[in-house]
Design a protein around this ligand. Sequence first.
Ligand code: FES
Length: 111
Amino acid sequence: MNAHEFLCGSTDLDEGQFRESRATIDGEVRYLILTRHQDAVRAWLNVCPHQGRPLNWAPDQFLTDGNGNLVCAVHGAVFECDQGRCVSGPCRNASLTAVEIEEREGFVRLK
Ligand code: FES
């Protein structure tokens, strides 16, 4: 992992917003999902535990349900925003893979 790699600016991530970012983790370029939930920034690999596909339907475009949960665009698995656990759909109880990040001095970076 490239510690402290820049992911986005703090002002680029509003409460409840999801966005895509790229990071080099263990020497590989990986795509991440970033979100801000209850004022804390969270990140997961953009890999659905159902079939390993990205969750977004277009670059930087993610679906949510009426409760603000993240919805996989491929088969509709629903993930809660605090732990990334699937609460509905074909991979119920599986979780997205969390990525350690930090928000400091107006930037979100890998930890
Ligand atoms: S790949 Fe995400 S629900 Fe099937």
